[in-house]
Write a protein that binds this ligand. Sequence first.
Ligand code: FAD
Ligand code: EPU
Length: 338
Amino acid sequence: MSDFYAQGQADAIANTLALPCTARRLVTVCGAQDVLAAIAWAKETGLPLMPLGQGSNVVLPPMLEAAVLKVSDATVSLLSDTQSAVTLRVGAGKGWHELVAETLDSGFYGLENLALIPGLVGAAPVQNIGAYGREFAEFVVAVHGFDLVTGAAQTLAAAECEFGYRDSVFKQGLQDRFLITAVDIKLSRTAVISIDYPVLKSRLSHRAVSAKAVFETVVALRRERLPDPWKNPNAGSFFKNPILSAQQLLDLQSVEPKVPVYPQADGQFKVSAAWLIERAGLRGCAKGAATISDQHALVLVTDGKAKQSDVLELARHVQDVVEDQFSVALEPEPRIYG
Ligand code: FAD
Ligand code: EPU
C-alpha cells in the first residue's frame, strides 16, 4: 500500500494525439501486491482504476479522475518448443513492434503483417489489433491478468476473449475490470506468408516472398500511408470500417457504386470509411487544432496543442456528414474517456 501512495501524484499521461491529460495517479504495476494496493486505494477514494499502455488508441480528457495503471513486465519466455511451433509468454509492458521484430529474427513466424503498430503488448488483445490481412486473435492462446475488483489472478483462454473486428471482451464487459499482465502466443517455426491484402500483393507477388520481405514491405507501406504520430499527433484510424448488411450495401452502392467493399465470412460487408470520408469532401477539414489528415482520410491529426474537445467536435462533424450523405454510421475506434 505504501508503494502505491509513494508513486506519481497527479501525473501527465502521454498519448499519441498529444492531448493534455493529468490523472489523479499514474502507477506502475509489477505484481499482485501492487494490484491489491491499487484496489484498496480505489475503495478508499471512490475513484476508478484504468489500465493504459502507450496511449496510442485513446482520446483523453484534461483531467482523468482515476488511477492509471501501467504494467511494467516486458519479459518474453519460451513456454513450449516443438519442431513446428513455439509458444511464448510475453509481458504486457513489451513494445508490440519490438516483439514482432524480435520474433522474426528468432525464426518464429506469423506476426510480420502486424509490424509497426504502435503500443504495448498488453493492449493488443483489447481491440484485437489487426493489419494487412492478419489479426492478433490468430496467434493468442491465453491472456493473463487480474480482476480489478477482487484482485484475483485470472487466465482467459483465447475462446473466452470474444475477439471480433477491433473488438474483444476487454473492450466490452471487462473494460477497466481486467488488467492484462501477459499474453501467450503461438508462432510457427516455418514462414507463413500471407499477402492477400491487395496493396501487399501488388508489391510482393512478382517474386519469391520471405517473411522478412513481408515485414519490410508492411513497414514501408505504413510509413508511406499513415502520418507519423511523433510528427503529426494521431491515434491511427479514428473510425472503424463500417460493417453493412447486404441490403444496406445495395442502398449505398445505388448512390456510390465505386465504394471499396470487403465481403466478410458471415455474409456481411465491410466498406472503407476512409473512402466515404474522402468522398464526402472532408479531407483537410478542421475544427480547432484537429484536422482530417491529408495523408489518410481516416486519421484525425492534431497540431500538438489541441484539446479533447477539438478532436471530439471534428469526429462528430465527420459522423454527421457521412450519415447525412450515405446513411452510414461511423463508430470511433479509439476509446473516448470523460
Ligand atoms: P492504449 O492506447 O494505452 O490503450 C488502448 C486501450 O487498451 C484502452 O482502452 C486501455 O484501457 C486498454 N489497455 C491498455 N493496456 C491494457 C492492459 N494492460 N490491460 C487492460 N487494458 C489495457 N491498431 C490496429 O489494430 N491496427 C493498426 O494498424 C493500427 N495502426 C495504428 C497506427 C497509428 C499511427 C496509431 C497511432 C495507432 C494505430 N493503431 C492500430 C491503434 C493502436 O496502436 C492499438 O490499438 C494499440 O494496441 C494500442 O496500444 P497502447 O499500448 O497504446 O494502448
Ligand atoms: N482510402 C481512401 N482515402 C484515403 C485512404 C484510403 O479512399 O485517404 C481508401 C482506398 O480505397 C484504400 C482503402 O481506403 O484502398 C483502404 O485503405 P487502407 O489500406 O489504408 O486501410 P483502412 O481500411 O483505411 C485499415 C485499418 C488500419 C490498418 C489498415 C491496413 C481499420 C479501422 N483500419 O485501414 O488500422 O492498418 O487497414 O490493414 O480497420 C487502426 O486500426 O488504427 C489502423 C491504422
